[in-house]
Design a protein. Structure first.
Lengths: 466, 371
C-alpha cells in the first residue's frame, strides 16, 4: 500500500499507539536515550518505529512497547554480550544490536543465547566486516561519511578542477552492498563531533541513505537532543522536517525493490566497492546511472541491461567471469578494463571507509578513460543543473516505470532542473516530501528519449515516469 | 562627495590621457531593479535610444558572446549563476526576442564553455537555463560552444593591426561567420583586470583547444578540460603551434599585464558591434565564486552601446570607478587599464566627456562596487 506522505502522517497522528509493528525490513531506526519516557511523544507522527538504546529504564521500555516501538539494546565490544543480551530481552527489549567489531563468533553465540526468545540480533560492524550476501534480514555498519558538500577551511566548497563541488556520500557504498542482496541496510554513523549541524544536514543524511535504498539510523547531536527535550521551537521545526523526509521515503516502500536503471555497469571487487569516494561515487557525481556488480556476483544476467561496463579489478576475476565479459563485448557491449597491472584496494582495513590519496591517484588512471567513454552519451539518464545534487535512477522489472531520485546537498533550493531519460514516457509526476504531487510535461529529448523540467527541488524529490 | 560631484570630477579630470581620435558612440542606461520586471521592454527602449536594432541586424546573422564564466556547478551562496556572475537567461531570451523582431536571420549564442567542448545546450541546461524557451524566443536561434572547433571545419584567423601580444588569434568559425557581433557581459569586478565588462567578456572568445592549459603542442586539442591560466594569464606556455605565437615571449608574464593587453587585442581583432551589460544583479569583488570575498549585489541597471569601449567606460563609472584610472588605482590596482589599452588601439574612447549617455544618467545609475 502506498499513501501520500500527508495522509500517512495524518494516519499516524490519529493512531499514535500502534498495536503492531512491521517486520524488520520495515523498521525505521533511531538512536535514542532511554532515560526519559516522555521523549517517546516526539515519535508520534513520525515513521520512526525502532529505537537503539544504550541504556534505558524499565519504565521507558514499557512505554516504548505501549507505543508500538521496537526497542533494541545496543552492546559494544568488551566482554561476552550473551548474558547482558538475555537480561535485556527479559527487561522488555525486542532485539539486540552488536555495534562494533566483536570477536568472530560473538553474534552466533548471542543468537544461540536468545534462541528461545526469537529476538533479532543485528550487527553493526565496520564496513570491512559486513556480512554482505548473507541471510540476515538487516545488515549494517557503524561507519559512514557524513554526507554533504565538502567545505574548505575558508568556507568555500571544495571543487574539482572541473569546478563542480564534491559531495561526500554513502550512496556508492550502499549501491555496492545492495548489489549483494536485498537485506535492509542500516548506516549507524553519527553526526560529526564539535560541529554545528543544521537541520538541512540531517535531511541530507536521511536522504543520502534512503535514496540508495538504505536507512540512516537517525542520530541527533547533543545540542539538538537537549533542545528537543526542552521543546525548543526551532529544534521541533527541524525534527518535523526530518520526520517529513523520512515519511516521504517510507511511504514508498516499493522504491526499495526497484532495480538500477541504466546502461553502465561497474564490476568491482568487494573491498574496493565498500569504500566511499571511489569509482561509483565519481560516476554518480556525473549523474550517470550506474549498475554496481560485485565481481564475485558477475553473471551474464547481471549485465543484461548494460551496454558499457567498467572492469575495475580485472585481475580479481575468475577465467569464467572474464569469459562473461568477453561474451558481453561479442554481443556489442563495450568494456573498459583497468590498465595492466592496475590493482585496487588489496585488503580493506577496519578503520578505512574512504580512498586515500594514493588510491585516488591510481583510480584517476582509469577515471579519465571512464569519462572519455561516457562522454556526453545518455546511458539511461542525463541530468542538468544538479551540481549540488546526487541522483539515483531506478526502474520496475519491466522498465515501464522509472523513478528518478534527487537529493540536494546544498542549503539552497535548486531551480530549473532538466532530466533526460532514454526511452519514451508519456506521464511524469514530481513527488516531494511536503506531500505535494505535480504532473510534469514530458517532451521529446535527444536520442529519441524523454525530457522533463523541474521548477524547484528543496531537500529531495522524486520523479516518477510511466 | 555627492554622486553628481563625483561624476563631474570623473568627467573633467581624466587620470589617463585620452586618445584623441578614438571613436565615440552613445550608451543607453536603464533602471531595471529585478529580472521579474519587463526586461524586454527595458531593452527595447534602450535599443531605440541607440537608433534601433533593425538597421543593425535585419536579414543578418547575429552572434552573441555570452558571459558564463567558470563551471556552472560553482555557485555564489548556492544562487543561480544568472543572478551572480553569469548573464541572466531572461536578458538572453529578451535579446533573442528583440533581435528576431528586428529581422535578424540567424541568432547564434556562443560561449567557450568552461573546460568542455560539449554542446553549449548542455552547458546552458547545467546553468539552469531553459533551452527550449530560448529556442522559441525567436526564429533561427542556435548555439555554439566556441571552446574548440565546434560545428566548424576549421578555425578562423583574426589579425590584430598594431597588436600588443599576438599578431593574430585563431577562433571558432562563429566569430567569422557572422554579420553582427554582440558582447553580452555582466557588470562585475575582475580579480585580474579590475572590471569585467563587454571587452573582457571577449577573453572567452579564445578556444581552450588552442589557448588552454591542455591545448595540443602542435595542433589543437579538441577535447579541452582546463582553463587558460597557464597559457594566457601567466604565459607559462605557448598556444598550439597551429596558431600564431606571441610577438614577444620575453614580455612580462604578469597576468595584470598580459590579460588586459590580450583583451585589447581581441577588441581590435574581432570588433564588437553591440555591447550589452547586465547589471541588474551581479557580484562585487571578483568575477566568480572561486574568488574569495565576492558578494552578491543589486545595481539594478542595464547598459547597451554600439561601441564597447564607450559602453565599458560608462559601466565602469556606474560601478563607482574612474574608467581612466591608471594602474595602481581602483579598480586597476594590480593591472593595466583594459579600456585605456583598447582606446589606444583606436577601438573607442573611454573619455566620459565625449560619450553621450541616453536614458538614465550615470549619477542616478551609480552603484559603488566598493562602497
Amino acid at each position: 500500500m502506498t499513501l501520500r506522505p500527508a495522509r500517512w502522517l495524518a494516519a499516524l497522528a490519529a493512531f499514535p499507539l500502534l498495536a503492531s509493528v512491521p517486520p524488520p525490513s520495515g523498521w525505521v531506526p533511531a538512536r535514542w536515550s532511554g532515560a526519559n519516557p516522555k521523549t517517546l511523544d516526539l515519535l508520534s507522527g513520525t515513521p520512526i518505529n525502532c529505537l537503539l538504546l544504550e541504556s534505558y529504564t524499565p519504565e521507558f521500555a514499557g512505554r516504548a512497547a505501549d507505543h508500538g516501538i521496537v526497542a533494541l539494546a545496543v552492546f559494544k565490544p568488551g566482554g561476552d554480550p550473551s548474558d547482558p543480551a538475555r537480561k535485556a530481552i527479559r527487561a522488555g527489549m525486542q532485539g539486540i544490536v552488536l555495534e562494533g567489531d566483536f570477536p568472530k563468533g560473538t553474534a552466533a553465540r548471542v543468537r544461540d543465547a536468545l534462541a528461545d526468545s526469537h529476538a533479532l540480533v543485528i550487527e553493526l560492524t565496520s564496513r570491512a566486516r559486513m556480512p554482505v550476501g548473507g541471510p540476515d534480514a538487516i545488515i549494517g555498519t557503524y561507519q559512514g561519511v557524513w554526507p554533504g558538500i565538502q567545505v574548505l577551511e575558508n568556507g568555500a566548497a571544495k571543487a574539482a578542477p572541473s569546478g563542480s563541488p564534491w559531495i561526500d556520500t554513502n550512496t556508492g557504498f550502499i549501491r555496492s552492498v545492495r548489489a549483494w542482496g536485498l537485506a535492509a541496510v542500516w548506516l549507524g554513523y553519527r553526526p560529526p563531533a564539535h560541529s554545528v549541524i543544521t537541520g538541512e544536514r540531517y535531511l541530507e543524511a536521511i536522504a543520502d541513505a534512503e535514496m540508495a535504498g538504505a536507512r540512516w539510523i537517525v542520530s541527533l547531536d547533543g545540542d539538538l537532543s537537549s533542545r528537543l527535550e526542552r521543546g525548543d521551537a526551532a529544534a521541533l521545526k527541524d525534527w518535523r522536517a526530518m520526520a517529513q523526509v523520512l515519511a516521504f521515503y517510507e511511504s514508498h516502500p516499493e522504491w526499495r525493490s526497484l532495480r538500477p536503471f541504466g546502461k553502465l555497469a561497474v564490476v568491482q571487487d568487494r573491498d574496493d566497492a565498500l569504500l566511499s569516494g571511489g569509482i561509483l561515487d565519481m560516476i554518480a557525481a556525473k549523474h550517470t546511472p550506474v549498475i554496481a556488480i560485485p565481481g564475485q556476483r558477475l553473471t551474464a544476467e547481471s549485465l543484461r541491461d548494460a551496454s558499457m561496463a567498467v572492469n575495475v579489478d580485472a585481475e580479481a576475476l575468475t577465467p569464467e567471469q572474464r569469459e562473461i565479459l568477453k561474451n558481453f563485448t561479442r554481443a556489442g557491449g563495450t568494456v573498459l578494463t583497468a590498465p595492466p597491472g592496475w590493482k585496487g584496494q588489496s585488503a580493506l582495513a577496519a578503520d578505512q571507509i574512504t580512498l586515500d590519496k594514493a588510491e585516488l591517484d591510481r583510480l584517476n588512471d582509469i577515471w579519465h578513460d571512464v569519462q572519455t567513454m561516457i562522454g556526453h552519451k545518455n546511458l539511461g539518464a542525463r541530468l542538468f543543473n544538479v551540481a549540488s545534487m546526487l541522483s539515483n535512477v531506478l526502474a520496475t522489472g519491466d522498465g515501464k516505470q522509472v523513478v528518478v531520485q534527487l537529493v540536494n546537498y546544498s542549503a539552497y533550493p535548486i531551480e530549473n532542473i532538466t532530466v533526460q531519460l532514454l526511452g519514451t514516457f508519456k506521464h511524469a509526476r514530481l513527488l516531494t516530501p511536503d506531500g505535494a504531487e505535480k504532473n510534469l510535461e514530458v517532451y521529446p529529448a535527444e536520442d529519441g528519449g524523454s525530457g522533463v523540467d523541474l521548477d524547484r527541488v528543496s531537500a529531495c524529490a522524486a520523479v516518477r515516469l510511466d | 562627495m555627492t554622486r553628481r560631484e563625483w561624476i563631474a570630477l570623473v568627467s573633467t579630470a581624466p587620470l589617463l590621457k585620452a586618445a584623441a581620435n578614438a571613436p565615440a558612440a552613445p550608451v543607453a542606461v536603464s533602471r531595471c531593479a529585478s529580472y521579474n520586471e519587463d526586461v524586454t521592454a527595458r531593452l527595447a527602449e534602450m535599443f531605440d535610444q541607440l537608433g534601433g536594432l533593425d538597421r543593425l541586424v535585419r536579414g543578418k546573422t547575429v552572434t552573441i558572446k555570452l558571459n558564463m564564466t567558470g563551471s556552472p556547478g560553482l555557485r555564489v551562496e548556492g544562487r543561480p549563476p544568472g543572478v551572480t556572475h553569469y548573464v541572466h537567461p531572461k536578458l538572453v531570451g529578451a535579446t533573442a526576442h528583440l533581435l528576431g523582431q528586428a529581422g535578424a536571420r540567424r541568432i547564434r549564442f556562443v560561449e567557450s564553455a568552461w573546460a568542455t567542448s560539449g554542446p553549449l545546450e548542455d552547458y546552458l541546461l547545467d546553468s539552469g537555463w531553459n533551452v527550449r524557451q530560448l529556442l522559441a524566443a525567436a526564429p533561427g536561434v542556435e548555439f555554439e560552444n566556441t571552446n574548440a572547433l565546434g560545428k566548424g571545419r576549421k578555425y578562423s584567423r583574426f589579425k590584430v593591426p598594431g597588436a600588443y601580444m599576438f599578431p593574430a588569434y585563431d577562433l571558432n568559425h562563429a566569430f567569422e561567420d557572422t554579420d553582427v557581433f554582440v558582447s553580452m557581459a555582466k557588470l562585475k569586478n575582475h580579480e585580474t583586470c579590475g572590471v569585467t565588462l563587454s571587452l573582457k567578456n571577449c577573453f572567452g572568445n579564445l578556444p581552450a583547444s588552442i589557448y588552454g592549459d591542455d591545448a595540443g603542442i602542435d595542433e589543437p586539442n579538441e577535447n579541452p578540460t582546463s582553463g587558460r591560466g597557464k597559457t594566457m594569464h601567466a604565459g607559462e606556455r605557448q598556444p598550439s603551434k597551429s596558431a600564431p605565437p606571441e610577438l614577444n615571449p620575453k614580455s612580462s608574464r604578469e597576468p595584470g599585464y598580459r590579460v588586459p593587453h590580450i583583451v585589447a587585442d581581441l577588441a581590435k581583432a574581432r570588433p564588437i558591434d553591440l555591447a550589452i551589460i547586465d547589471g541588474v544583479e551581479s557580484i562585487a569583488g571578483g568575477e566568480g565564486p572561486w574568488i574569495k570575498g565576492v558578494r552578491p549585489v543589486k545595481p539594478g541597471v542595464l547598459l547597451a552601446g554600439l561601441n564597447p569601449v564607450c559602453t565599458d567606460a560608462v559601466a565602469t563609472a556606474v560601478m563607482g570607478y574612474n574608467p581612466r584610472s591608471p594602474r595602481g588605482t581602483a579598480p586597476f590596482r594590480t593591472c593595466d587599464n583594459t579600456l585605456a589599452l583598447a582606446e589606444a588601439h583606436g577601438a573607442g574612447t573611454a573619455d566620459l566627456s565625449r560619450i553621450e549617455v541616453r536614458g538614465l544618467p550615470i549619477a542616478e545609475a551609480l552603484y559603488r562596487f566598493e562602497a
